[in-house]
Design a binder for this molecule. Sequence first.
Ligand code: ADP
Ligand code: MG
Length: 629
Amino acid sequence: MQNRHNPSDYGERARMFQAITEMGEVGIIVLDEKNHIEFANRMVSQITGYETEKLLGTDFTVLLDAQNRTAFESLKKECAAHTTKFCQVIEIISSSSNPVLTEMCFASFIQEQSNSRKGFVYLRDISLQKKLTEELRASEKKFRNLFERIDQGISITTKEGRFLDCNPALLETLGYQSKEEFLKMDITRDLYVNPEDRKEFQERIERDGFVKNFEVEFKKKNGEKLSILLTSHARTDEQGQVIGYQGLMIDMSERIRMEQELREKHGFLSNLLESSVDCILVADMKGKVIFFNKAAEKLTGYREEDVIGTMHISQFYSQETAKEIMRMLRSDNFGGRGKLENFMLTINAQNNEEIPVSLSASIVYEGDKEIASLGIFTDLREKIKIEKELQDTQVRLLQSEKMASLGSLAAGVAHEINNPLGGILIYASLLMEDFEAHNDSRMQDLKKIVEEATRCKEIVKSLLEFGRQTETKFEPVDVNKAIIDDLFFLENQVIFHDIKIIKHLDFSLPAIQANPNQIKQVFMNMMVNAAEAMSDSGGSLTITTELCSDGASIFISFKDTGVGIPPEIQSKIFDPFFTTKAVGKGTGLGLSTSYGIIQSHHGNIEVESEPGKGTTFTIYLPLTIEEAK
Ligand code: ADP
Ligand code: MG
């Protein structure tokens, strides 16, 4: 029979016991009835920071604060009552005064030998575990936050076609208020516009494990269609079987709409630039052309593709001009810094033609940096041509005034000479009869007198014919058109620049019987006089045409806001050569010629004027010459 209490046997058992206690990650303590430590393994000193020698014999509860001491006591009591082990989370204080969170299990037993109660304490350091749990929770919270707040739809679905979870963004995109309702839907039936799409999606995700940028159409709750871009990954169970999917659903409708809008806007702007009648040219800061519109092609004769990126601005005008333009652009004095307005220059077209243009230019900035220069060129050829025509017309006008007055002067003189000449011829003929009867020798001289006088009569006759060169050829004339024709020439003249022209034209007026050129000449005289009367301060010229109440004539009035005519000279203004204007400026023939013309049309001119306020000339003309009688 073996002696169970063999000392060496006991020592062996104790060593074995000690060896076992050192094997795990658990601190093991044996306490006597008064909580003094009788045994502690290495793990205990690791957890508490105290060396084993220091711990032995020490009261275990000094490692606990008041609160945890109470917890320990109640753990002990509980254990004694049930004779089984109890565990609880208890904090102990380490040698460095730091709290260490432990899971503490307590068990007690009665030692037969000493009949005393011993306590077993198992200590497990769980502070690391707690830290990890907390971190996990925080990171879960972080991801949950991201999931909830991201403004793209995210969802987790089952393979069968139900949603397990979704974020608020997805609800909003698809127009659902309640998540509960949303989670109930059948994805294939209620979400996909074409259920086949889901089949294809599933095939691909089962095959590859993921689907990227899958374009699909979804139905919103209200039935509206949405373009969605799907990116999903398969969810698998532990055996690697696909059980569902999780992924991102991006609503493309807004992007598609914005892209469309952008395309339209871009198209609109480039159309705008292309369709400008003015030539638009943009160059980078080195002078290379980077934009060239249709009008520029037309003006210069070069084609866009031959210009962009290849041609230099100095090929359109000289280097000096280019430098001058940049200098003015950078100065404040020509329309503001970075701007230049109405700069005249000539540009070289492809066919070597030099085209006069007006340039408005600006520098394009990005922040403070100059990145390009933009020029708008207006072709001046047509304008210059019209100005030249206007000048010519003005010269012709002056000429015709002069001619008309010369005509009437000649006619006047001729008429005056005609009567005495008639007298001379009558008395000479009487004398000739007398001389013939008496065979007078002075007959030859008298014959000479009659001959010369007859020659004078011929000259007078041709003078009268010249005077009657204005003999009128009548045809139907539209007076409104005559006015508009005149205005076309006059409006752009410098003298008309500050004058507002107001037209009250009755376009239902019938045509009148008149000589169109003479009528235009009269109207032009009226308008030029009005403009000259307003040359100091500008003003307005109101032109009115109307049928007279008698129904047989019309009137045309020219009302200006000019200097007016003093009463004492009102009776003289229709006289030939009467003018108040400076020598070389006025001929004094405008009104007299007009008066003659209107007279020959059986019409009438009336004037009303208030000095300082303005003048109105009114011309009355019959519809036909017969009606005037
Ligand atoms: P001219 O204009 O060449 O002097 P006109 O026969 O056209 O000759 O006119 C004669 C004068 O009548 C003018 O010099 C001017 O004093 C006066 N006159 C004509 N029209 C006007 C008007 N609209 N307002 C003021 N004065 C006028
Ligand atoms: Mg005049």
